[in-house]
Design a binder for this molecule. Sequence first.
Ligand SMILES: N[C@@H](CCC(=O)N[C@@H](CS)C(=O)NCC(=O)O)C(=O)O
Length: 205
Amino acid sequence: MKLYYADTSNPRKACALARHVDAPVEFIEVDIANGGTHLPEFLARNPNGKVPVLEEGDTYLWESNAIMCRLCDVTGSDLWPKDDRQTEVLRWLFWDAVHFSRAGGTLYFEHIIKPWILKIPNPDAKAVSEAQDQFRTLAAVLNDHLEGRKFLVADRLSIADFAVGIYMPYAARANIPLNEFPAIARWHDRLNELPAWREPFPVAA
Ligand SMILES: N[C@@H](CCC(=O)N[C@@H](CS)C(=O)NCC(=O)O)C(=O)O
């Protein structure tokens, strides 16, 4: 299996999960800053022109959440549970994809991707302010849920934690007001105890 990735947020989920469950993947870095995801050979793997992509023989799976599920299935990990927890995990994956990560993703884009890839030094102040408001509204829901809990679902680590937590490692650089939400901050400290979460990407030899 080959996992195509870049040192960015969505691939980070797949890479962290792959390392955490010790999946037998070969990590292949794609140069997204120089158009690597828009080359014909990459578009043949993912017509959306985005990483991550998981290649198994002549099958290509894209979408980071689906890749996390597949890597759990391949390795027999119950971080993608098959019991009653599964619906709960799905609830958080959908909530994250449609709501929470859009707020975090905008702040990540404005502060990190724009200067790095688009070479635009200054963030759009209106977009930042709106995304921070949106983040605060959604983070209040998450913070309440995490009060008194160790992890999002059934107090056990699952792919929901890897998905919903994905912008937290970038909080300081992306001006994400994480420090206003103590239960989220404690939960993220707990994720940071996992070596694979702290260091998801292969280290260059
Ligand atoms: N919903 C997708 C989003 C993937 C995505 O946006 N990937 C970004 C990096 S974080 C990318 O490849 N961007 C390159 C481009 O758009 O050219 C997922 O979760 O896998």
